[in-house]
Ligand binder design. Sequence first.
Ligand code: GLA
Length: 755
Amino acid sequence: MAIIFHESDRTFHLYNDSISYCIAVTKYGHLAGLYFGKKLRDRDGLSHLLEYSGGNQSPGLYEDGVEDPSYSLNEIRQEYPSFGHGDLRQGALVIGQKNGSRITDFRYVSHRIYDGKPRLAGLPAVYTEEDSEAQTLEITLRDELIRTDLILLYSIYNDYPAIARSARIECHNPEGITVLQAASACLDLPDSGYEMLELAGGWARECHMYCNPLRPGIQSVYSRRGNSSSQFNPFLALLRPDTTETRGEALGFSLLYSGNYLAQTDVDYRDVTRVTIGIHPDGFAWPLEEGQNFQTPEAVLVYSDEGLSGMSRAYHRLYSRRLVRGYWRDHERPILLNNWEATYFGITEEKMLNIASKARDLGVDLFVMDDGWFGTRNHDHAGLGDWYVNRDKLPQGVRGLAEKVTALGMKFGLWFEPEMVNEDSELYRAHPDWVLRTPGRSASKTRHQWVLDFSRDDVMENLYQQMSAILRDAPISYVKWDMNRSMSEVYSAAYPPEQQGTVYHRYILNVYALYERLRTEFPHILFESCAGGGARFDAGMLYYAPQGWTSDDTDAMERVSIQYGASVVYPLSSLGAHVSASPNHQLSRVTSIATRAATAYFGTFGYELDPNQLSPEDQAEIREQIRFIKQYRRIIHQGDLYRLENPYENNGEAAWICVSLDRSQAVAAYFRFRQHITAPLSRIRLAGLDPDADYKVSYCRNSTEPVELPFGSVGGDELMQYGLITSDSRSGIHNGIYPDREGDYLARIYLLEKL
Ligand code: GLA
């Protein structure tokens, strides 16, 4: 790994063993993007990678009486284009000035290269533990006229094919400026031969994969909901048309931010593709006085030529090792049981203890009490904001219950939704001005609740006091932090008119700040983020909460598609996944407990049901499931994931495999949505195995009990090049190992062990 500055042609080359990222300072001092992709040899003379193609109707440079029509910013691939000075495409930076102008022109001044990677104050960021893990380049550009500096930050790791980027705007102007748009990263690519992959959906249908060829013009994903949203995840990837899961080029753009964002591709008339990602400019205006600065969130760019799975593995490794922090980064996550779908708001101490003690019997480590334990929260019309225990339900308080649960030999966890308030709450009656709302207009409600004005420090402080009092008082090991609605009428009573454009971002900064305070004060607590499922499942959150509730849809088969899509960016160790009751509460679908476990294994495993309501057979299976997952979760959480069959494309089949880093063990899953009569043989080609080794292959009866397939050993190369037949009579399907007619919603788990 190195960052080299070539004086002779003023180029920067950031590289490690797999990737190169190259930048040039142009003859007039602008910053141009040369290259991002597979590693190039370092040498002098990389600046020829920049094309200057004089363009008809494009503004050509004219300054100090010199006209240079061959130099137009509109025709140059730029690193961080700003508005109004020659580049007519959508850019990365817009700065409003006292005289009404938004035109800026930033030129190179200096740079700094150093070991390590800086933390970004108040914001999530990937980090290093030793300075030797990464190097950072800071390039300072200046607009002399408006006396403002732009600092572009680039960090490259030794071990990951990733570049972390962000920007800082420093105001030295006594008149002040207003940042109207500041992307985290912009990348101009020399052609448009890509498809754009996005993770889109809605509530309970998060992270579905959509892939569309680029075409001239803009394609984007975004959120203007205040949170990163279940509609579009803050991420996009560019894939070559022939890229598959295992082969071909994939470029990922992931934003470490949990609020409004815009991620877009813009193909211009010369087929140059511009990708920008950062805070959404709508509703954003950040005034800076002289001496103040604005730091953007960070974006992480990944390049892989090992297909989409290769890109995902880079994100998984980087995010699980150098984004997630604290004790839980390196420890097995507890197997939890959450009472939500078991009781909803109908909490009593007796019910909680009944569920917890049965769960303990079955091997569950952590009991989580969800919504309904506080204030007057008997339904969703009241109580949010009042984070003190409801004594009618829990006469001995949270502490009383938590101590009893702890005495069973379990850990205890608790649900909060700190950013929200019901009209029917003491908090709202005391502080009606703490709600986000526009003066003179009523504020919309969702789920009968309003959004608290978290841009206010006093609101954040109040929630800190309420939450920390509970966390201090009772033995609590886990917190589920929920956020159940999008924001609207975003206006703060605390700020003057010219600061209203800061409210969305200040809100998120204070969410981060409260998380940071709580995780610092209670370092043993495992935080799980949630937003009505995955509406704030983003890389920013992972910095504070190592796992997130992936979706409110707990149906095993729907979850296959949701978790498949979420795994494009996020490590399986971050995807909350629970076995829930059947028929499923969202869809009424009936699936076996084995199928439900098979999906939930590939996340942070748990249950969301009342185990007392289950048959003795299902209870016995749960015991086996917990034993099974404790034995194999290390491979799933720390190994490499290869997605094999895509549920969106394969006529209702899906498959993936997790392989230990030394390739000695693997856990594979195959899902079949619908059974067909006289169906073609189904064969999955595995990946990630050692081609030169032989493996013992077992399938798991009931998703728990390994039964060796009667083939003897199988070559890793055979399994990857020919495949594993999942519907072959020799593999026992018609010999009683599988029932003859397995029906719909089938899941099979396979174990592989190197011989
Ligand atoms: C959200 C969460 C659920 C549950 C409910 C409680 O919908 O995603 O898991 O906690 O809130 O109200």
